[in-house]
Design a protein around this ligand. Structure first.
Ligand SMILES: *Cc1c(COP(=O)(O)O)cnc(C)c1O
Length: 393
């Protein structure tokens, strides 16, 4: 299995067949597992074997298939799946940090990640330092000796700057810090943070892994010592378990993910190229553009692909952005990404509404900025939809 290419792993890795030999993975919709004797129960609580389970909050065969498949895909020793991407981020932060520790993070983060860092962890006496993730000197200044954890999104939301995983990991490791990377925007198809020096990788499976807008899920990947020794005790006692039914949906999603993400990324590039230089736009942000300032890094770290999301900034500010959203016919207004359906978001008034204006400005979340997640529709129809809506601005 180790020799298989990613797409093969996405279809087959981690499969556990029951005595019936089913082709499609079975859904073990059970909370508990029966022991043959009290001696067996006792032994299992002392040490749980590779194909043994105790309670669905600790693990479940369908969920384990999903974890094993993702670990094989990522080249990780182990993985733990959770109920959502935020449950995964929270588990990594809570399981590794204690009062007095220092965490250094990129300031361009998903809104809920900022909430955990700035509101929750601060209450527990964790020192949180936010830096401009694209500025290696800022990382060097922020990561002082003894820093416990370094956390960032490899591609920032919604302004899509790309952070140099290998360079930040080197700085972090020389100070003794653990490096956790949220790799949602880059996806497993294009990027492998563990091979670039990250210690822990986090995904919201809600995005490209499901990819069809059905359910929430998350996963943390890393070494066996980290996943089973540090993370598992925290997760199994705090209850962020992924439902076996949702794990099954995610397993099915993984089977087609590589095809979907490649098609979506090609469409995102085609649309970004059409829109570059448009008179009504001040910025077209897409990491896959040839003249992107970080093109060399994108080539090294994301296989040259920009992902499935692009952002546009309207010269006419929020009024122009809203007019554009209201004029779209195919692309829906929502806040997910990575879906088969193209989705448009106005971050300043929705996902990042909570942030003070100065912080929005510092992050480049201007009133004219919109984030566009490209789906699986025919690119000709998407270009037509966007062009017509631009004419209406
Ligand atoms: C969506 C998202 C999350 C949170 O995932 P949920 O499944 O919605 O909880 C975290 N990080 C990034 C980058 C995301 O896009």
């Amino acid at each position: 299995m180790d020799k298989w290419h990613k797409r093969t792993k996405m279809v087959h890795a981690g499969t556990r067949r029951s005595q019936y030999g089913e082709v499609s993975e079975a859904i073990f919709l059970t909370q508990g597992f029966v022991y043959e004797s009290p001696e067996q129960a006792e032994a299992r609580f002392i040490e749980t074997g590779a194909d043994e389970f105790i309670y669905a909050r600790y693990g479940n065969p369908t969920v384990r298939m999903f974890e094993d498949r993702l670990a094989a895909l990522e080249g990780a020793e182990d993985a733990f799946a959770l109920a959502s991407g935020m449950a995964a981020v929270n588990a990594v932060l809570m399981a590794t940090l204690k009062s007095g520790d220092r965490v250094v993070a990129a300031r361009a983060l998903f809104g809920s990640c900022l909430y955990i860092l700035e509101d929750v962890l601060a209450r527990f006496g964790v020192e949180v330092v936010l830096v401009d993730g694209t500025d290696l000197d800022a990382w060097r200044r922020g990561i002082t000796d003894g820093t416990k954890l370094v956390f960032f999104e490899s591609v920032g939301n919604p302004t899509l700057e790309v952070i140099d995983i290998a360079a930040v990991a080197e700085i972090a490791h020389s100070a003794g810090a653990l490096v956790a990377v949220d790799n949602v925007f880059a996806t497993q198809t294009f990027s492998a943070p563990l091979s670039m020096g990250a210690d822990v990788v986090i995904y919201s499976a809600t995005k490209h892994i499901d990819g069809q807008g059905r359910c929430l899920g998350g996963v943390v990947l890393g070494s066996r010592d980290f996943v089973r020794g540090i993370l598992e005790p925290f997760i199994k006692h705090t209850g962020g378990a992924l439902s076996p039914f949702n794990a099954w949906i995610m397993l099915k999603g993984l089977e087609t993910m590589d095809l979907r993400v490649r098609a979506q990324s090609a469409s995102a590039l085609a649309l970004a190229e059409v829109l570059c230089g448009h008179a009504k736009l001040t910025r077209v942000l897409f990491p896959g553009l040839k003249d992107h300032p970080d093109a060399a890094l994108v080539k090294r770290q994301m296989d040259g692909a920009g992902g499935t999301v692009l952002s546009l900034e309207f010269a006419g500010g929020q009024e122009a952005a809203f007019r554009f959203l209201n004029a779209l016919n195919i692309i829906v207004i929502s806040n997910n990404l990575g879906d088969a359906k193209s989705i448009i978001t106005h971050p300043a008034t929705t996902t990042h509404q909570r942030l003070p204006d100065e912080q929005k400005a510092a992050l480049g979340i201007t009133p004219g900025l919109v984030r566009l997640s490209i789906g699986l529709e025919d690119i000709r129809d998407l270009i037509e939809d966007v062009s017509a809506a631009l004419d209406a601005v």
